[in-house]
Design a binder for this molecule. Sequence first.
Ligand code: XBP
Ligand code: MG
Length: 262
Amino acid sequence: MAQLQAIIFDVDGTLADTERDGHRPAFNAAFADAGLDWHWSVELYGDLLRVTGGKERIAEYLRLYRPDFVAPEQPLDAYIRGLHRRKTEHYVAMMREGRIPLRPGVLRLLREARDAGIRLAIATTTTPENVTALLSSSAEPGLAGWFDVIAAGDVVPNKKPAPDIFELALAQLALPPAACVAVEDSDNGARSALGAGLGALLITLSSYTAAQDFSGAALVVDQLGEPGQPATAVSGSLHGADFVDLGVLRALHRQVYASSGQ
Ligand code: XBP
Ligand code: MG
């Protein structure tokens, strides 16, 4: 059986609960800057999250709700790219203000893994600047440097739920999937990780994903938890622990691969 050598984390919803109060208001601010009367409510945004990628999400919104929209003086693709650039500026500014903290237990688990020589990687749909801004705003300013690999955004042809971004992270780590645990929060992310062969999959439910189906995941918890702030297992086992630590991830990895011969 392969040893656990790396953990590959999703970002949005997993490292921090960024969608409702980070990405969503950043989209709305960009729409307002452009003089558009579009507004994405908490509920509408929850529906639009079916589509990963901000530019793709804007295109889906137009398809569903503004089918007659004509972009001023440029092709629609270019207009969407411009709007999305502005959205990224707003989002990065919000992260610099420290508006969205890392989720409970994230920094603790990252530190424990790093101290144990486990390599850290990211596989996310979001724009690379957003990842750096989030990590740099944390209580550990050098946190971005802890990650050997940051695979993010438009660097692959197909976004989640396609496996491309996890496959890229694995290629950059130069590791087989059986040497890794993946941590995700959404059904799109779970399909992406499982599609890349990452069978040792931990789900930490987030505000928009609690009702989704995670039947393929080895362990589903409400949060990583902290000492004094226990995690609850929705499916799978915490192996007697109160929160998700490296021991729980090692047990999850063993449980998935011990009998598979990988
Ligand atoms: C994240 C996303 C992203 C963000 C917005 O999904 O779907 O689209 O909502 O980021 P995941 P951009 O957590 O599964 O990676 O606007 O920069 O695309
Ligand atoms: Mg996510």
